[in-house]
Ligand binder design. Structure first.
Ligand code: IPE
Ligand code: IPE
Ligand code: MG
Length: 254
């Protein structure tokens, strides 16, 4: 399924997003508010992923992308980076059984080149072992940056010797980490800031945004449900005109 196709979906299932992206922000501030160090905030934040994954399954959402580490986060102190890397590895191990029982497909968006080999290998093994699961695809945006992803796609096109006149939006999408997946319908950002911070830049062209002041370690299934209900009440137009049915109107073929 191409992303273009998903953008032009025109039926009532628009009420439930097929793909939700989450910028999990506010761990540091949560920790400060509790009189704890930032590491404790990240630990508490890591615990919040599982209930949101379960909520996605309950809502029938098929794709969830969580922003775990940005390409810009490497500018943080080394100790903090080490904690974040350690937490990713530990969470994947701790959740391994639940991932298999729930038939969750794990996919990393981002380059694992700078990731220490033991973690890199275990992530790749998890991706391979879950590649055929289809209940929920859990994309982990990890060492991810939207700009870096687009540069990587352009390099891929050039390395494959694609002629400039053959480059189309659909073709470029096939070189993104999210190739073959629908674009995010809804992007949630916790922590109060209203910005993308280099998350899914290409894919979010027609996403609906939901900003909440809730800090990520406080974000639970009830808060998630609020975001989904808010999304369900919105009318998406995709550049077309209002049709009165809540479905995209007057769409060209691209
Ligand atoms: C989000 O929480 C987690 C990552 C960026 C990895 P922060 O660490 O950015 O928390 P705040 O924004 O400082 O509160
Ligand atoms: C975005 O949060 C990245 C992740 C949640 C992984 P940041 O805390 O890094 O974003 P800025 O720096 O506030 O834009
Ligand atoms: Mg932050």
């Amino acid at each position: 399924m191409s992303m273009g196709e998903s953008d032009r979906r025109a039926d009532d299932s628009a009420a439930i997003p097929r793909h939700v992206g989450i910028v999990m922000d506010g761990n540091g501030r949560w920790a400060a508010g509790q009189g704890l160090g930032r590491s404790e905030g990240h630990r508490a934040g890591a615990m919040r992923v599982r209930p949101i994954v379960e909520a996605c399954i309950d809502h029938g959402i098929k794709y969830l992308t969580v922003y775990a580490l940005s390409t810009e986060n490497w500018s943080r102190p080394r100790e903090e980076i080490d904690i974040l890397l350690e937490l990713i590895g530990k969470s994947l191990q701790a959740e391994r059984k639940a991932i298999f029982e729930n038939r969750i497909r794990i996919k990393v968006l981002g380059s694992l080149d700078p990731i220490p080999p033991p973690l890199r290998i275990s992530i790749r093994q998890m991706e391979r072992a879950t590649a055929n699961f289809d209940r929920l695809t859990l994309n982990m945006a990890f060492n991810y940056g939207g700009r870096a992803e687009i540069v990587r796609a352009v390099k891929g096109l050039m390395q494959d010797g694609i002629d400039a006149e053959d480059v189309t939006e659909d073709l470029l999408e096939r070189y993104l980490y999210t190739a073959g997946q629908p674009a995010p319908d809804l992007i949630i950002r916790t922590g109060g800031q209203q910005r993308l911070s280099n998350f899914l830049m290409w894919q979010s062209a027609y996403a609906e945004f939901y900003w909440t002041a809730a800090l990520w370690p406080d974000f639970d299934a009830a808060e998630f449900g609020k975001a989904i209900r808010d999304f369900s009440g919105r009318k998406r137009r995709y550049g077309g005109v209002e049709t009165g049915t809540g479905t995209p109107g007057a769409l060209g073929d691209g």
